[in-house]
Design a protein around this ligand. Sequence first.
Ligand code: KIV
Ligand code: ZN
Length: 497
Amino acid sequence: MSNKVYIFDTTLRDGEQVPGCQLNTIEKIEVARQLEKLGVDVIEAGFPISSPGDFNSVVEISKAVSNPTICALTRAVEKDIEVAADALKFAKRGRIHTGIGTSPYHIYSKLNSNPDAIIERAVKAIKYARKFVDDVEFYAEDAGRSENEYLARVIEAVIAAGATVVNIPDTTGYCLPSEYGAKIAYLVNNVPNIDKAIISTHCHNDLGMATANTLSGVINGARQVEVTINGLGERAGNTSLEEVVMAIKCHKDLDYQVDIDTKQILKTSKLVSRLMRMPVQANKAIVGRNAFAHSSGIHQDGVLKNRENYEIIDPADVGVNESSIVLTARSGRAALKHRLQVLGYELDAEKIDQVYKNFLVLADSKKEISDEDLEVLVGHEKKEERIIKLDNLQVICGKSCIPSATVTINYNGNIITETSTGDGPVDAAFSAIKKIIPKEVILEEYLVQAVTRGSDEIGKVHVQLEYNGKSFHGFGANVDILTASVWAYLDALSKII
Ligand code: KIV
Ligand code: ZN
């Protein structure tokens, strides 16, 4: 068996089924082009019969990318297969992905059928799809809860009918890693013609085990993994591409090969998150904001001595260039000294001690200590005023009016006022600022947190802006959440300027 593991990305099909994540064709093409740069082997571009928009996206993605195989989903229904084949007509390499449910739930209570009739339908669908394309993948929906013996019968029949790939989805995310691995091993050992097809994993994350299940599938003989960027997908999501790829890359002992340019991972994650309006949780493995951030003193000291003391992945390998040392109240002298050296300050031990004392006092009242804060602590406070200051903010919003905001900013000593409307008051205020300072920034993250529980207490806002491929963070805190939002936005903007 080859050790190449094929990466089948279904961000644009299973990922896109998430409410609120729908993309238009132009956006899908942008994601598909980035997936091609990332090096995925297969892009599942849509479910053509489901809507004219999905059909069109499969057509346009087929024209826009040439290296990956383009796959289109269908049910085991002739009309679905015809429409999918039509949508794939421009694909250099097209694949039809057809299938049917094989668990007792699906056979009896969803399809109102019986096991033999299901095999018949599956075989018929594969044979029909093979009339249009040479590459046909079969999915046994809810294979995770299907009986292994019956599943093996289905898989043997569809391979005999011409399936080139057999997908074993854990549709409901029910399996344990040992159970899912044993299922794949059962098929490897009990389906006589299994060597004629590639086994594919397709795991959902309902119990948080999608990545573990996928890897267990690979270890037991699967050679294709169906994954999404950032683990997007219905309910708790699908297996995350970045986690599986980096697990394989880290565990060289497993000796699997994936053709992914890992340096494109963060860029792809950010693009998908932005277009699908799905922020990535800060502690998400590989692509979360904190995935490579060390804040405790002991860890920072260890990382500064040798990165590998606390890191199994070099952040640069997944396209992360930012400093991994975050200065907080838990940072030690080693981290402070290191950051000061990066900023050009060589201080003797006595001065470091003195700065460290003040650093701890400031860190207790602030979430993170920025480079500007450090400049102040070492006594080199920039004498000039902040170049952007909020002078005034007026917001109108309510149940039956269009939200609008008037923002007055002191920008480099000039007082400028602009008014804008928006989807909400925050959007209106940010749009007004954009009119005053028209930088090409993208709002990557907007987070509001209450510092205490009462509605009259302080709220903290964190804003993350992307500018020229780099992320800039801004913070604001105020009893008025809109003022805090504008401060946070201006804070991030002033770092850009
Ligand atoms: O989860 C699932 O079973 C699927 C199939 C349609 C492949 O997404
Ligand atoms: Zn799925």
